[in-house]
Design a protein around this ligand. Structure first.
Ligand SMILES: Cc1ncc(COP(=O)(O)O)c(C=O)c1O
Length: 313
């Protein structure tokens, strides 16, 4: 049931946040039982992912203090979901959006952003998300008055969205009774903001960052920090208790369990998060209440057909 079921709104922006928590009983069994594992359904956001929260906060804060003003276009690099979020919010607020993304991101992501009217500039697929970051910095340096560059990797509004939203919502839904929070790191906004809010409530809540185990991995949205440009907002001291390495196969398997055993069809970073939550719950044993995040839905990774107006198949 959507928490918005009786709401009246005048913009999709108002539908962002207040996502439900789903209890993953089959994963609890895999963890040995006696534990609770809850996952926050971020795919329920109107743009389909957790990134709606960060995009909304970055745009609203910039409109507030004048960094984003009429005549300027928003430009940023994105692995996809933030781009969809910017595109949706940009369309709703009539702000032009330009995205720089690696040429090999999924066709679905490219097509969805373009459907909202967004302009895409492709960076080298060989350089991954770091190549997109470097190119967007060059474009902004060439024409600084033309663009507002939120830079999700260094913008404090990104973790702020999760501090104000995700973290507080988790505490409210579970009456503050949480023992562990486990989530993957991309820009690190989700873990930094949610982790800060949870630690403020109870410093004993263990916060675990899930990281791909290799620079070449299949977990879209997540970053292998050792071989990446480290986001400025990544300030783990006092917030992140430990980092957990996750293999692509284990994460993909967990995404499959969720789909087949729970009827929850999620993307691979959600699989990584749930596999991590399962490990943490197994280690902690009975009494643990582990919360994780389902950043997006699995069908985001399918290639759409009708979107392309290509009816020949
Ligand atoms: C599918 C997916 N999972 C996880 C993440 C990581 O979230 P964050 O950037 O808040 O660390 C992202 C971010 O882009 C994502 O798109």
């Amino acid at each position: 049931m959507s928490l918005h079921s009786n709401a009246r709104v005048s913009s999709p922006i108002e539908l962002i946040g207040n996502t439900p928590l789903i209890r993953l009983r089959s994963v609890e069994e895999r963890a040995g039982g006696g534990v609770q594992i809850w996952a926050k359904c971020e795919f329920e956001n109107p743009g389909g992912s957790v990134k709606d929260r960060a995009a909304r906060q970055m745009i609203l804060d910039a409109l507030d203090d004048g960094r984003l003003s009429p005549g300027k276009a928003l430009i940023d690099s994105t692995s996809g979901n933030t781009g969809v979020a910017y595109s949706m919010i940009g369309a709703a607020l009539h702000i032009p959006i330009t995205l720089v993304m690696p040429a090999n991101v999924s066709a679905a992501r490219k097509n969805i952003t373009q459907a909202y009217g967004t302009k895409i500039i492709y960076s080298s697929e060989l350089e991954g998300s770091d190549g997109a970051i470097v190119l967007v910095r060059e474009l902004v340096a060439e024409d600084p008055d033309r663009y507002f560059f939120p830079d999700q990797y260094s913008n404090p509004s990104n973790p702020k969205a999760h501090y104000l939203g995700t973290g507080g919502e988790i505490l409210e839904a579970l009456d503050g009774a949480v023992t562990h929070f486990v989530t993957g790191i991309g820009t690190t906004g989700t873990i930094m903001g949610t982790g800060r809010r949870l630690k403020e409530h109870d410093p004993g809540i263990e916060v675990v960052a899930i990281e791909p185990d290799d620079s070449l991995h299949g977990l879209e949205g997540l970053k292998h920090l050792a071989t990446s440009i480290v986001p400025t907002i990544w300030q783990p001291e006092g917030i992140v208790d430990r980092r957990m390495s996750m293999g692509t196969d284990e994460a993909w398997d967990a995404a499959e369990w969720l789909t087949r055993d729970e009827g929850v069809f999620v993307g691979h970073s959600a699989g990584a998060n749930v596999a991590g939550a399962c490990r943490v719950a197994r280690e902690a044993g009975p009494g643990a209440v582990v919360v994780t995040i389902l950043p997006d839905r699995g069908d985001r990774y399918f290639k759409p057909m009708k979107w392309e107006r290509n009816y020949v198949w």
